[in-house]
Every structure is written in C-alpha cells, then in structure tokens.
Design a protein around this ligand. Structure first.
Ligand code: CA
Length: 197
C-alpha cells in the first residue's frame, strides 16, 4: 500500500519539483560578515562588481552605524558620493533591497539600472540608529545600483539581497536528471506489456 503511493509521488512530483528548482533564481544576501578584516569591499565580492565604488566594510563602533547582521557592514566613506557608489551585477538579477542605518536626518535612495537605462528608483528612506529595510519595489532585471543620499558619508548598508536570473549549473543538472528520470519512466511504461490490467 505504501510503496505504490510513494512510487506515484516520485513519478508525479519529482520531475515537476526539479523543473521548478531550475526556473527559480539563486538568492544571495550580502552580509560582509565573511570578510576577515576591515577594508574596501573586494572588487568581485559576493558575485557583484564593486570595482568602481568606494564601499568600505568594517566591524567595531556601532550606533548609529548599526549593522543588521553580525558586526560588519559597509560605508561609502567620507569622500563617498553617488559617483563612487555603483555596484554592478555580474549577471542580470532581481534586486530585493538592503538594510540601512545612519544619523537622523540622513536619507538614502537607490536607482536601478539595466543595460545603461534607469529602470526604477526606490522610495527615499529616512535613517536612524536601528537598521531599516529599503525594498527595491521592482521585480524586473537590473545590472547596476547607484545610491543617492543627502549625506553619503553618514550611513551604512548591510544585508543587500538579490537573485541571479540565471539558474545555477547545479539546478540545471538536477533538471536534466529529472527529465532523464521522466523519460525512463515513460519508456518503461511503454515497453512493459499491460500484464497488470
Ligand atoms: Ca553584516
């Protein structure tokens, strides 16, 4: 009784589950907490391109520069501005948002670009000691973020989250495996004469 039911679920659900896994993007949350020592965010950190920016990540001294995860977060630095804020995506991605904290009276907004065109802008977030989430509000693909602030030196960012639109090779392989399993099941059904009937 148990076995045929399990087999049914395996046949019916496995290929479907694998196909869904392949169509989902991989999600990444950029915490900075895996970086060992203070310094400029490495140019290729977390699958992003930081090379044209002044983002500096550090631990230590907290409020109002309060991290949202661990004790590391990033700042544009005292000479930072929109011109030094661009973060590029190595592959087109959806951008969910990021957490920000900073001096009261400081605000931040993010412009989202794709293929050199401005495709969306976030709301403007007013900052304080407690990290607050600035959601992107945009579901389309982006390949570059540019940050705007009335005082770029006086806020920090943490836990930026995005999802690559390209399926990971692993889930692609899984999907191919699911297709192979489905093909085998179909072929076996066709080749076995209807002795059960
Ligand atoms: Ca963190």
């Amino acid at each position: 009784m148990r076995k045929p039911l399990a087999r049914f679920f395996a046949r019916a659900c496995l290929p479907l589950t694998l196909a869904l896994a392949a169509s989902f993007a991989s999600a990444t949350v950029v915490t900075f907490d895996d970086l060992g020592s203070d310094g400029l965010v490495p140019a290729d950190y977390a699958g992003l391109d930081w090379s044209g920016s002044s983002w500096f990540q550090y631990a230590g001294e907290q409020a109002p520069y309060t991290p949202h995860s661990g004790d590391r977060r990033a700042t544009l630095g005292f000479d930072g501005s929109s011109a030094t804020s661009a973060i590029g995506f190595l592959t087109p991605s959806t951008f969910q948002g990021a957490w920000f904290a900073g001096f009261q009276g400081v605000n931040v907004a993010i412009d989202l670009y794709f293929g050199g065109q401005l495709v969306a802008s976030t709301a403007t977030l007013d900052l304080g000691d407690s990290p607050a989430f600035l959601g992107s509000g945009y579901n389309g693909l982006v390949d570059r973020l540019v940050f705007r602030s009335n005082d770029p030196a006086f806020f920090v960012m943490d836990d930026l989250s995005f999802a690559s639109a390209v399926p990971e090779p692993a889930s692609g392989a899984l999907a191919l495996g699911g297709l192979a399993v489905a093909a085998l099941v179909i072929r076996r059904r066709r080749s076995v004469p209807s002795t059960q009937a």
